[in-house]
Design a protein around this ligand. Structure first.
Ligand code: AMP
Length: 224
């Protein structure tokens, strides 16, 4: 696809489908999906200094301190594989992070579009507590909406399905509080820059992907 926007943020409440949609959209546009949550979980799993510092925050559903996450993204966006574009999922999550990202563009706002995936909050708690992840290939299932054919086994690789440590009800409620207090206000920041497009996040995965693709195709205001 030529002429499409190449530096995109996916934004929305926990459980809105950011990760699933980001993978599909990045693939369709041929840009790189950068997901801070997965990078942080990988650091925790392998016990890096960043992982050791971040672990307790993630488990409780709190934000990892801005300074750590900003450094992580600044390093990631310097890598050659993202030179042709990126799709950020899970960053920024605070005004501080949004401002830091704006400054990573050598004077120009690097973000070309912010897609807000809108899902009513009453649907989200259930989506998150029914989510299961393959311990092997990391495929995502949902016991309610996208169940595996065999319980606890991945259809793609046969790996064991597990639940994320922060997908229990208590951590989920905390993640919503954090979202409302720290993350939701960045919508106004991007609204003022005229970058936000809102997409209805209810319905099937495929329907939402098509809505996002149309929203991105319709918006060619800043294709430099
Ligand atoms: P996610 O996979 O996007 O739901 O992220 C899981 C957890 O990783 C969050 O609840 C935070 O603890 C941490 N995290 C991910 N991205 C960020 C970020 N941009 N800022 C601070 N913490 C983050």
């Amino acid at each position: 696809m030529k002429g499409h926007v190449k530096r995109i943020l996916l934004f929305g409440p926990p459980g809105a489908g950011k990760g699933t949609q980001a993978a599909a959209i990045a693939d369709r546009l041929g840009i790189v999906h950068v997901d801070t949550g997965s990078i942080i979980r990988e650091n925790i799993r392998t016990g890096t200094p960043l992982g050791l510092e971040a672990g307790a925050y993630v488990e409780k559903g709190e934000l990892v301190p801005d300074e750590l996450v900003i450094r992580l993204i600044a390093d990631r966006l310097e890598k050659p594989d993202v030179a042709d574009g990126w799709l950020l999922d899970g960053f920024p999550r605070s005004l501080e992070q949004a401002k830091a990202l704006s400054e990573m563009g050598d004077g120009d706002e690097p973000v070309e579009r912010v897609v807000f995936i809108d899902v009513p909050e009453n649907l989200l708690v259930e989506r998150l507590t029914s989510r299961r992840i393959c311990s092997g290939c990391k495929a995502v299932y949902n016991l309610q909406t996208m169940p595996p054919s065999e319980p606890d086994r991945c259809d793609k690789c046969g790996g064991r399905l597990t639940q994320r440590a922060d997908d229990n009800e208590e951590s989920v409620r905390n993640r919503f509080r954090v979202y409302r207090e720290s993350t939701a206000p960045i919508a106004d920041y991007y609204e003022e820059k005229g970058l936000i497009v809102r997409v209805d996040g209810t319905g099937t995965v495929g329907e939402v992907t098509e809505r996002i693709m149309s929203a991105l195709a319709a918006d060619r205001v800043r294709t430099k």
